[in-house]
Design a protein. Structure first.
Length: 388
């Protein structure tokens, strides 16, 4: 147990209910007086009808609903600006993000920019958001990013680099976890987003900065839930128990890394999204094994502590090295069994682009500084080659 001072921050309230999206109007009506609502989502979800129960419930409770559905994976700055423009035109006074991490990320900054005069360029970095924002509710439809409980938004800039806004104003007022919304998620996306959530928990647990007893507890429980339910959710998307466990596990992992930040897996994953538009969860999954093995020289004692939560096959009285190796082996087994692509070449990455990706990754100083082992550009290139 650490004796150092630490802080742990999370959202105001989390409501968990199967089918809760169909009661969203009733829930929001008791939470907020605002009635001019902007839903931030993606076109695929909207066209598939996933939002219809929520929209009907909101309309029935007297909400005027505007839907911005132009969010895409790794959203560009212009996506956010278009969202803010549509929200202003509609006179929005409350924002809901419904979807994966990209939709929830855009919803966070839209809630800020709809009432702020700060330009986007001033918001990048840590703690640069000033003033208030509109009421903000997050409803995840994937069990992966944990964005519903984090204070981070990541955008892709015109030069393909990723930039983050980190501020306490980005924590939502309320979160609704409705695992029924994740039932239609294809097996590949279930696998990639589930592994993404596991990466969040692992990197929070091994983070060089701000790791603390509360983030550790959240990370361990997240890994227990995720590792024991990932394959079941991939094999049977309608498995209610598995879907609910995955969604809660992803949220706990989000709480962990919102307080003990992520590191090299994410730093190396971001260029894959920026250059190739590989979904964030998949890019993390592709880089996890090489980074785990690279970090072993410093993180082995922590990996050993995580062997039991992930269900690794190792005796309780085994030594640190045996437990750490069993932990990595178990994660590789889970990734292999999940069906997610395991190689960069399988995701369309060109080998000649690896040096450029390594150079791009070195720009992620905010993340690389949290890694238990220093990562040079040569290291980054070697890690990409190992993942290729």
């Amino acid at each position: 147990m650490t004796s150092l001072p630490f802080s742990f921050t999370t959202v105001g309230q989390i409501h968990v209910e199967w089918g809760g999206a169909a009661k969203l109007g009733e829930l929001l009506g008791s939470w907020f007086p605002a009635r001019n609502l902007l839903i931030v989502t993606d076109g695929g979800l909207h066209k598939a009808g996933v939002l219809e129960p929520a929209k009907a419930s909101l309309a029935g409770s007297g909400f005027k609903v505007t839907v911005f559905d132009a969010v895409v994976a790794d959203p560009a700055e212009q996506v956010l600006l278009d969202c803010v423009s549509q929200g202003r035109a509609a006179g929005a006074d409350i924002v809901i993000g419904i979807g994966g991490g990209s939709s929830m990320d855009v919803a966070k900054l839209a809630a800020v920019m709809l009432v702020s005069e700060q330009p986007l360029s001033e918001l990048y970095g840590i703690g640069n958001v000033r003033g208030r924002r509109l009421p903000l509710v997050q409803v995840p439809t994937t069990a992966g990013t944990g964005s519903e409980v984090t204070n981070i938004t990541i955008l892709t800039r015109p030069d393909h680099s990723k930039m983050g806004v980190v501020s306490d104003q980005l924590y939502a007022d309320r979160v609704l976890l409705d695992a029924e919304l994740t039932v239609g998620l294809p097996a590949l996306h279930t696998a990639a987003t589930g592994i993404d959530a596991m990466v969040h928990a692992i990197e929070a647990y091994t983070s060089k900065h701000k790791k603390n007893p509360l983030s550790d507890a959240a990370a361990r429980e997240a890994l227990r839930l995720l590792s024991s339910n990932l394959i079941a959710a991939c094999k049977n998307g309608a498995d209610r128990a598995a879907r609910e466990a995955m969604l809660i596990g992803a949220l706990l992992a989000g709480q962990a890394f919102a307080n003990a930040p992520v590191a090299a897996v994410h730093a190396l994953a971001y260029p894959l999204g920026g250059r190739y538009h590989i979904p964030h969860g998949l890019s993390n999954a592709l880089m996890l094994q090489p980074v785990l093995e690279f970090n072993m020289k410093a993180a082995a004692p922590l990996y050993a502590e995580l062997a039991n939560p992930v269900g690794a096959d190792v005796p309780q009285d085994a030594g640190c090295e045996a437990k750490a190796n069993a932990f990595v082996k178990r994660l590789i087994e889970l990734m292999d069994a999940s069906g997610a692509p395991r190689r960069l070449r399988d995701a369309g990455v060109a080998e000649e682009m690896l040096p450029q990706l390594a150079a791009d990754a070195m720009l992620q100083t905010r993340l690389l500084g949290n890694n238990p082992v220093e990562v040079t550009e040569a290291d980054a290139l070697a890690l990409y080659r190992a993942a290729f």
